[in-house]
Design a binder for this molecule. Structure first.
Ligand code: WTA
Length: 647
């Protein structure tokens, strides 16, 4: 391990890049000293139907929290991602699709993308979907997922993409929360050679969603599916019956573009709401600078469109920039651990963006699967979703990038819409494990538990002092929760929920969540969600869930479970509970370890002491703190004695 290593920017990278180090400092200075002028200028990256005259209108409380950017401008996201490029790029590839099966791939030009999106837009309109309606998208990684998002944007409907790995119950909750009237799905998904029953899951979910009157179904595998006449319609039939001319709806900059549900520290997942103009400006701008995207390059982000990374950096950012974006249906280790790099060679990928968990999993397979490929087209690598440990960073740099490619470790969140802290490849010397410096217009501040701002080299809770155009605007249907979650802990600032260290060079090192959110393989999971799934099981009396360090996943899910009186622990019950959580939420929420806990450490007022449970799960018994205030201090020793061995 090379803690403290610094990788300087090579001269060739700096001179070829959009921005070098001195360029970064001067533009950053402008961006924070005069945000109105800076963002007023940046807003011009996209085409407006009616230009804006106001740039920023933001209040971070107390009391009133509102965030508006380019508020009197009008535009359309699909117009910007497609139509605007047609004059020059009608025959240029917009999307390269690589199927789960290595024999399956295709190129979709901007012209074809236009026709597909227009047809689907008209098909949705024909079924009564109109501006402002919510459409839930529950899809595999096929081009139709991108068409669906863009078709909604085109007609002004608000999409809510639900990750295809979520269970029927999780899907139902998300459909109900935003009162979607239409769901777009596929017969089945295909991942790593295995089928995912998306239509069957949808049918199950919709048993409790009576407002949905339309289900559009893409035929992906041709597998048998149930059918509800009048409600269900095949995608290809619906699109064949309509015209290929669908004018883009004129949208106000602050009209909603999408809702995306994400886990928080309490309660059910929140519907993060992003709007039209500012979001697109920010997604396009960050894609341009962070990935240093140049026309003609092939850019590949391995995320799923079910997560924000797929929204901003597979679909909206790249397409707004007229890029060629690769969309991958499969998984990193199918048919074998060489797949990512084979795809890089096959499609001559220039820029590759993935998650640390994938890097760590591939690292375990050794160098051969990487070294058997060329990867000579690669010039830039990216990382997102969780802190990347320096060992994984070094491996990514040395083995995957042949020490030639800079790595951009990009820190951001569903809430932020786009990347906030990141290196720029031509401008930033890299330190493995650090997300380095703030992007233009971003003012990170570290605060202590009382909210005092900490200066210099220090560690604290990460807040952002001012707004940026890509910021979420509200929690759908619950503005009070928005204010409570993000603006009440540290008044006047946006609180990220992350801890962070700043070193003497002003570099930021994200240390992970400081709330009850855990990050499992780069997926956010609220411990409260897993707990409520567990206690819904008839044999479970109580449960407490915490994260623990996991070699591949970053964090694993550790569940303490107290059974109801008269029930005995067994291996069978353990399996049943794991299966139960999978069914309730989805496979990504499966507990890695379940410890039977006859009692949980509680204060005399009945509050579970999670700090102690976290320490035990982390195998760190030295620092449990004062346990004498517990209602029953004896439970701690019992928990230590029976701690699960890590996988
Ligand atoms: C974590 C994903 C360290 C962080 C885009 C954040 C990271 C949460 C990084 C958001 C990174 C994301 N380094 N931690 N480069 N990127 N995180 O909403 O804890 O799924 O708060 O958005 O992931 O996860 P989300």
């Amino acid at each position: 391990m090379t803690e403290g290593a610094v990788y300087e920017v090579s001269e060739s990278t700096a001179s070829a890049a959009w921005i070098d180090e001195s360029g970064y400092f001067s533009l950053y200075e402008q961006s924070v000293s005069n945000p109105e002028a800076f963002w007023g200028e940046q807003g011009k990256r996209i085409e407006w139907f009616k230009p804006y005259s106001e740039v920023k209108d933001v209040a971070y409380g107390p009391g009133d929290v509102h965030i508006r950017w380019y508020g009197d401008g009008t535009t359309n996201v699909a117009h910007n991602c497609i139509d605007r490029h047609l004059a020059e790029k009608r025959d240029t590839t917009a999307i390269i699709w690589e199927g789960d099966d290595p024999a399956d791939s295709k190129h979709i030009t901007y012209g074809e993308l236009h026709e597909q999106v227009c047809r689907l837009g008209n098909a949705l309109k024909a079924r009564g979907v109109k501006k402002g309606d919510r459409v839930t998208i529950y899809m595999p990684m096929i081009p139709e997922a991108a068409y669906a998002m863009l078709a909604c944007a085109r007609i002004g409907a608000i999409h809510s993409v639900v990750f295809g790995g979520f269970s029927p119950d999780a899907l139902a909750g998300r459909v109900q929360d935003c009162a979607s009237t239409c769901v777009i799905t596929a017969d089945e998904g295909l991942r790593g050679g295995r089928k995912v029953p998306l239509k069957a899951n949808t049918d199950k979910a919709l048993e409790s969603c009576s407002d949905v009157d339309t289900v559009v179904v893409v035929k992906r595998t041709g597998g048998d599916v149930g059918w509800k006449d009048g409600r269900d319609v095949w995608y290809h039939e619906a699109c064949a019956d309509v015209s290929a001319d669908c004018p883009a709806e004129e949208m106000n900059a602050e009209d909603p573009l999408f809702i995306l549900y994400t886990s928080g520290s309490t309660g059910k997942p929140k519907g993060v709401l992003h709007t039209t103009g500012g979001y697109l400006v920010y997604a396009a701008m960050t894609h341009h600078y962070v990935f240093d995207y140049h026309p003609g390059e092939v850019y590949w982000c391995t995320a799923d469109v079910g997560w924000v990374t797929g929204h901003s950096y597979i679909v909206y950012g790249p397409l707004a920039n007229g890029a060629t974006t690769l969309m991958f249906e499969g998984v990193p280790n199918y048919p074998d651990a060489s797949r990512f790099w084979q795809v890089c060679d096959k499609h001559k990928v220039d820029i590759f963006y993935t998650a640390p968990t994938a890097i760590r999993a591939l690292m375990r397979e050794g160098e051969d699967p990487v070294k058997s490929t060329s990867r000579s087209s690669l010039r830039l690598l990216g990382s997102v979703g969780e802190p990347i440990n320096p060992e994984a960073w070094e491996w990514y740099h040395k083995v995957v990038g042949d020490e030639r490619c800079p790595i951009v470790d990009t820190w951001w969140q569903t809430e932020t819409g786009g990347i906030l802290i990141t290196p720029l490849p031509g401008a930033t010397p890299l330190k493995p494990g650090s997300a380095t410096r703030p992007f233009f217009g971003i003012k990170p501040v570290l605060v202590d538990a009382d909210g005092a701002v900490l200066e210099g080299a220090t560690e604290g809770n990460l807040c952002i002092a001012d707004s940026w155009p890509g910021q979420m605007r509200t929690v759908y249907g619950d503005h009070e929760r928005f204010i409570q979650t993000y603006f009440s802990s540290y008044p006047g600032k946006y609180f990220t929920g992350d801890g962070c260290r700043r070193d003497g060079d002003g570099y930021y090192w994200i240390t992970g969540r400081v709330d009850d959110v855990i990050n499992v393989s780069g997926h956010r999971m609220g411990t409260a969600e897993v707990e409520s799934a567990l206690v819904a099981h008839p044999k479970v009396a109580e449960s407490a869930v915490v994260g623990y360090p996991h070699d591949i996943k970053g964090q694993g899910i550790y569940a303490y479970v107290t059974l109801i009186a008269g029930e005995a622990p067994s291996e069978e019950l353990r399996k049943e509970l794991v299966g139960w959580v999978r069914k309730e939420i989805g496979p990504i929420a499966s507990p890695d370890l379940i410890q039977w806990a006859p009692g949980l450490p509680k204060t005399r007022s009945g509050k579970i002491m999670r700090r102690i449970l976290r320490k035990i799960a982390e195998d760190d018994f030295s620092n449990l703190g004062d346990t004498s205030t517990l209602a029953d201090p004896g439970v701690v020793n019992d928990l230590i004695d029976n701690r699960m061995n890590k996988a």
